[in-house]
Design a protein around this ligand. Structure first.
Ligand SMILES: C[S@@+](CC[C@H](N)C(=O)[O-])C[C@H]1O[C@@H](n2cnc3c(N)ncnc32)[C@H](O)[C@@H]1O
Length: 290
C-alpha cells in the first residue's frame, strides 16, 4: 500500500514535470517563432481574422480584459503561475505592486529578467507557498487548472486581505456527454461545489463566459500541428533514419504509443473550436473575500 502511495506520488511528480517542460517548450517556440509573450489562449473579437499571426493581438486583448476586472482600490497583486511574467509587467506599469508564483525555474528566470528585483518571485507550487505577505488580489490566469481547487481556495483565503479578491480566468470542463481529446480544466460542477463550501468566506462578484472568444485558438493550434509539427517530425525521423537506422527504429518503437496518442489527439478530427465550445467553458470569475 505504502509502495502504491509512493508510486502514485512519483507519477504525479513526473506528470507535473512533463507539464512544466511542455509549457517551457511552448514558451520558447512561441517567443522565438511567433513573438508570443504569453502562454494563454488569448481573446478573439469578431473583427479579427483567426490566424496565427494575430494570436499575439488576441493575447494582448485578453490581458486588457483581465486588467479591466481588477477591482478599484487594489494595490498589491499576487500573479499565480506567472508564465514569462508579461501580465505582471503590465500590472507593474499600471502602478500595482506585484509578486509572482512560478514552479518553473526557467519561467521564473524569464520573469526575473523582465521584472527586475522589486517583485518577489516565489519559486514553488502555489499549494506549497509560505508567506506572511497579504494581497488585495490573487490572480490565476490559466494557472487555476493545475491546482486542486480546494487547496487553491484555502491558500487564497489565507493570504488575501479582508475585502480582497480572487480573480480566475481559465478553462473548466462542462458536463457535455461524449469523448473528447480536449484535456485541461477542472470540472465546473466540482469547482462550483468547492465555492459553495466556501460561501461563508467568499462571494461571487463577477462571472463572464468567454468561451466563444477563446475557442478559435484551438483551431489554430491544430492547424499548426498538422501543417508544421507533423511534417517537421517526419523530416527529423527521416534524417535520423539515414544516419542511425537501428537506433531510430528503436526510438520509434519505444515512442510509438505516444506518437499514436498525439496523432489521435490532433488528427482525430474532434480537436476543434466547435468541440471546445461543447466540452469546455472558459470563465472569468471574480470572488470577494467577506
Ligand atoms: C498556461 S500557463 C499561463 C501563464 C500565464 N499566467 C499566462 O496567462 O500567460 C500556466 C502557468 O501555471 C504555472 N503552474 C502550473 N502549476 C502550478 C502550480 N501548482 N502552482 C503555481 N503555478 C503553476 C506554470 O508554471 C505556468 O506559468
Amino acid at each position: 500500500m505504502e509502495g502504491g502511495i509512493r508510486m502514485s506520488k512519483k507519477r504525479k511528480k513526473n506528470k507535473s514535470l512533463s507539464r512544466e517542460i511542455g509549457l517551457e517548450i511552448g514558451a520558447i517556440c512561441g517567443k522565438h517563432f511567433l513573438k508570443l509573450e504569453h502562454l494563454h489562449y488569448g481573446y478573439w473579437t469578431e473583427d479579427m481574422d483567426v490566424e496565427i499571426f494575430n494570436l499575439h493581438i488576441a493575447q494582448e486583448k485578453y490581458v486588457d480584459l483581465l486588467i479591466s476586472h481588477i477591482p478599484e482600490g487594489a494595490k498589491i497583486i499576487l500573479d499565480v503561475g506567472c508564465g514569462m511574467g508579461q501580465i505582471s509587467r503590465k500590472l507593474l506599469d499600471r502602478g500595482y505592486k506585484v509578486d509572482c508564483v512560478s514552479p518553473s525555474a526557467y519561467l521564473a528566470e524569464c520573469t526575473r529578467n523582465l521584472l527586475g528585483d522589486e517583485p518577489t518571485i516565489f519559486e514553488c507550487f502555489y499549494e506549497q507557498l509560505e508567506t506572511d505577505k497579504r494581497y488585495d488580489v490573487v490572480l490565476f490566469s490559466e494557472s487555476f487548472q493545475y491546482i486542486p481547487p480546494k487547496d487553491a481556495v484555502a491558500k487564497t483565503l489565507s493570504i488575501l486581505n479582508p475585502g480582497g479578491h480572487m480573480l480566475i480566468c481559465d478553462i473548466f470542463q462542462t458536463e457535455a456527454q461524449g469523448r473528447s481529446s480536449l484535456s485541461g480544466g477542472h470540472k465546473l460542477k466540482n469547482f462550483n461545489a468547492v465555492m459553495k463550501d466556501a460561501e461563508d468566506a467568499m462571494e461571487l462578484a463577477t462571472d463572464v463566459d468567454i468561451t466563444e472568444n477563446t475557442a478559435p485558438t484551438i483551431d489554430i493550434e491544430c492547424d499548426l500541428f498538422r501543417n508544421v509539427g507533423l511534417p517537421v517530425m517526419g523530416l527529423v525521423e527521416k534524417l535520423m533514419h539515414s544516419r542511425h537506422p537501428w537506433l531510430t527504429k528503436l526510438i520509434m518503437w519505444k515512442a510509438q504509443k505516444k506518437i499514436d496518442r498525439m496523432h489521435k489527439k490532433y488528427l482525430g478530427g474532434d480537436r476543434t473550436g466547435e468541440n471546445f465550445k461543447k466540452f469546455k467553458s472558459y470563465r472569468l470569475f471574480l470572488y470577494r473575500k467577506k
